[in-house]
Structures are given as structure tokens and as C-alpha cells.
Design a protein around this ligand. Structure first.
Ligand code: EPU
Length: 432
């Protein structure tokens, strides 16, 4: 297993180009199962989660090719409806296959994924939505079985106690595009990845109105055809690199990001005193502006609010900003697994319910730390870049799920970062 070693304290500078979005690529790969014809996806990031989704598509019977970097071609002539636990448990996002299987085969039999380290991840809203369309939903041996033989379009309210659901909306959309009649999805997720999925589905022949809004109207069609589609840029990756520039007091430009997808995040960076500049249609530049930093309060919310997937990384910056900042998690109330590790690096953060109280300003010092999930890994690396001395981040397989060549790209921005085999780490730091 590899680890990352960071020599902190260097200002980052330069330009980095953003990859395609992980959280769009995964449902789009699933959506290729909706047709017998070939779908070509471009700008797909090279991530372990993507390779894993491809493995699942092959398991279902699809032929999948990767003719060029970032290009995946899927042909799903004949597919089968069963996704076993050994596949689902490796990647929670595989639950987005339910909608594709229901749409195409009118049935799905998929193992339930269970929770994960960022908190419980129920799918009750997905199943409620499918039931509203007239699907029969049953559970057996840890699997959910959906029979959509009698499904018809209908009214579905997708809101829950934490707001809309991203993958729930994906599943409902993919089921509804091939379900007879008109389906209205209220309180649908408005994330840019959903809007981009709607564009792909429309290219395949789906009839969807309201993409990007909380009300989606889907008129079922009898079949979909193949498509070519380009995945939108990853706004979370973009935000993470902007934070890397900010936290090191550096000067970093991200290319290829869509500014409107980062509205709440950029607003908070600006409020924190970081200099943010739009240097081109798709280029955002940050300069660390250290002497001008101010504490800020953040509440994570569904899009267009502040993204939960940037919360951990922003916490690392707030740990260095003198004064008290409050971070409230409204999406995953327990998503603070990065905090104990940041504390080991000297951060003064207390957790009170779903809020982290950050008493910022203490200098961070390098330490051996353990990544618990994807965004926590990124947060620890950002902290390491700003800390004095050496930081070792273990369990970086989490990082490879969602950031393409993160260490190499940071190194190209002048970061002192290296990926090494665990054996290179001092013995007393290693996990057994
Ligand atoms: N929820 C329910 N019932 C449901 C579904 C969700 O109560 O049936 C709750 C969840 O427990 C959570 C909230 O609703 O509190 C939002 O969950 P959502 O369903 O929107 O999350 P998701 O679709 O499972 C996607 C991303 C996550 C991202 C969230 C929120 C993908 C593959 N995953 O998850 O990404 O945090 O939306 O924006 O798109 C990441 O990339 O690091 C990541 C975790």
C-alpha cells in the first residue's frame, strides 16, 4: 500500500487543469445500460471508482472499451439485473444502477450498500420514489428487488430531512425515462452533475424538462439510443486545488472549472480574505493573501449551497485562520472524521453536534495521519502542505477513488509531495 509524504511550508504556484467529474461519470456509466446501442463518454477521469464501475457494467453483461485516455465506450446489448453484495459494498455509488436496470429491464435485484464512514447512507427516498411510480419494491437477504412491470409515470416528492438526494434523483430519472406516462419529480437535486446527466439522457432520446431545477418533468419514451457525451468538469476537484493555493499562501490558477458551479464556495473563499479572480471564461485564480485572512462560518447544503464535499478541505484552511469559524454539516452531520487527524497536526477544533468550532490560527506541524475517506484524505494533504515539517498520509487508496494524479499535479505546482511505498515510512508510523 502506498503512502504520501509531504514536506510542508512551500507556496504553491502555477496552473492545473481540472478533470471530468467523478460524481457525474459514475451515474453516466450506469446510464449506458439504458440502451442496446453504444454510448461514448468523453472526459471521464482516471479514477479507481470509474474502473470499478466499469467492472460492474461488465458484470451485468456490457462490453466496455477504453479506446483513448478519458474515453469509454459501452455497449449493453443483453444485460442481466443482479448486482451482488461483493460488488456493491466496494463502492456505494453502485446503487445508481437501480434506476438504469429498472429503466431498461423493468426489474433490478441489487444488494443494499449499507452505511459508510461519513455516516448512514439510507436509500429510503430512492425506494419511495420508485414505489410512487408503481414499482413493487421488496427486500430479501440484504438485497432490494424492484419489479417495474406495472410502473407508470406519477408524482414523486424527493425531499428528505437533509434536503434533496443526488443519487435518489439519478435513480428516479433513469427509471422514469423509460416508464410510460409523465413523471414529475419535485425537490429534485439541482447539482450540476444531475443537469449534465439530463443532457446525456436527452441526447439518448429521453424527454426531460426542468434540468438543473428542483422540478423535473419526464415523459417516458419506449426506447433510448446511443450517444456521445462529454462529462462536465469536477467542481470539487477544482475547489480542492484552489484551497491548496490559498492554504499555502500561493498563487494557483485552475483551468476548465465552471465558475457558476462553485458560487457558494468562491463566496466563502472571498469572505475568508483569499484573493479570488476570474482570469478567463473557465479559469479561476487564487492568491493566498495570508495577512488578510478572516474567520468565516459555513453551512453545507444541497447545491447551490456550500458543497459538503468541500467541507473537510475548507476546514484545513479555517484551522489556520485566526479567530473562530463555525462549520455546520447539514448533509452528513457526522462528516468530521478528518478532525481528530487535523487535531494531531495542531488544529484547535471542537465538535458540537453537527458543528465544528474551529479556533483557528495555531500553526500546524507535520505528523503521521490516517485518511478515513476521500475528502478527508484531501483535507489532510492540504493541511500537510501548510504545516511545518513532514506529514505522512496513510490509506491514500481513498484519494485515488476521486482525484486523478493528485500528488503529481500538486508536485507540478511546486508542492513537496511524493507517493511512496508504505515501507519507506518510519517504522513507528506504520500501521500493522
Ligand atoms: N438521504 C436520505 N435518504 C435517501 C437518500 C439520502 O435520508 O434515500 C440523505 C443522506 O443520508 C444524506 C442526504 O440525504 O444525509 C444527501 O444524500 P444524497 O443521496 O444526496 O447523497 P449521495 O447521492 O449518496 C452524492 C455524492 C456524494 C455527496 C452527496 C451530497 C455521488 C456518487 N456521491 O451522494 O459524494 O457527498 O451526493 O452532495 O454522487 C464524495 O464525492 O466524496 C461524496 C461522498
Amino acid at each position: 500500500m502506498d503512502v504520501v509524504r509531504i514536506q510542508g511550508g512551500r507556496e504553491l504556484s502555477g496552473t492545473v487543469t481540472i478533470s471530468g467529474a467523478k460524481n457525474a461519470s459514475l451515474p453516466m456509466l450506469a446510464a449506458t445500460l439504458l440502451t442496446r446501442e453504444t454510448c461514448t463518454l468523453r472526459n471521464v477521469p482516471d479514477l479507481s471508482d470509474v474502473r470499478f464501475m466499469v467492472e460492474i457494467l461488465r458484470h451485468h453483461g456490457a462490453t466496455v472499451e477504453n479506446p483513448a485516455p478519458g474515453v469509454w465506450q459501452v455497449t449493453a446489448r443483453e444485460i442481466q439485473p443482479r448486482t451482488p453484495y461483493e460488488l456493491v459494498r466496494k463502492m456505494r455509488a453502485s446503487i445508481c444502477l437501480v434506476g438504469a436496470l429498472v429503466g431498461r429491464l423493468r426489474t433490478a435485484d441489487i444488494a443494499l450498500p449499507g452505511g459508510c464512514v461519513i455516516g448512514p447512507r439510507p436509500i429510503d427516498l430512492h425506494l419511495k420514489g420508485l414505489a410512487r411510480l408503481g414499482c413493487e419494491v421488496s427486500h430479501k437477504n440484504g438485497c432490494v428487488i424492484v419489479d417495474a412491470a406495472k410502473a407508470r409515470g406519477g408524482y414523486v416528492f424527493m425531499g428528505g430531512r437533509h434536503g434533496s438526494t443526488v443519487t435518489g434523483t439519478v435513480n428516479l430519472l433513469m427509471a422514469a425515462v423509460l416508464t410510460p406516462g409523465v413523471t414529475r419529480i419535485d425537490s429534485a437535486a439541482c447539482e450540476p452533475e444531475i443537469e449534465n446527466l439530463c443532457q446525456m439522457l436527452r441526447t439518448m432520446g429521453a424527454r426531460i424538462d426542468g434540468a438543473g431545477s428542483p422540478v423535473l418533468t419526464v415523459t417516458g419514451v419506449t426506447q433510448l439510443h446511443g450517444c456521445e457525451h462529454t462529462v462536465l468538469p469536477d467542481r470539487i476537484e477544482a475547489g480542492t486545488y484552489l484551497l491548496a493555493g490559498a492554504i499555502t499562501g500561493g498563487d494557483v490558477t485552475v483551468n476548465g472549472a465552471v465558475t457558476e458551479h462553485l458560487g457558494a464556495f468562491l463566496d466563502k473563499l472571498d469572505e475568508a480574505g483569499v484573493a479570488v479572480e476570474h482570469t478567463g471564461a473557465k479559469a479561476i485564480r487564487v492568491r493566498g493573501n495570508r495577512g488578510h485572512w478572516r474567520p468565516v462560518d459555513i453551512i453545507t447544503l444541497p447545491h447551490p449551497g456550500f458543497a459538503t464535499d468541500l467541507q473537510a478541505q475548507f476546514s484545513a484552511l479555517l484551522a489556520l485562520i485566526p479567530g473562530i469559524s463555525l462549520i455546520t454539516e447539514r448533509i452528513y452531520p457526522n462528516r468530521f472524521m478528518h478532525v481528530p487527524e487535523l487535531q494531531r497536526m495542531g488544529a484547535d477544533i471542537a465538535i458540537e453536534g453537527a458543528t465544528a468550532i474551529v479556533k483557528g490560527g495555531a500553526p500546524l506541524t507535520g505528523a503521521p495521519v490516517m485518511a478515513s475517506d476521500l475528502r478527508a484524505s484531501a483535507a489532510l494533504i492540504l493541511a500537510g502542505l501548510a504545516a511545518s515539517g513532514e506529514t505522512w498520509v496513510q490509506r491514500i487508496y481513498h484519494l485515488d477513488r476521486g482525484y486523478e494524479q493528485f500528488d503529481k499535479r500538486l508536485a507540478s505546482l511546486n508542492a513537496g509531495i511524493e507517493r511512496l511505498p508504505a515501507s519507506a515510512m518510519p517504522k513507528d508510523y506504520r500501521e500493522e
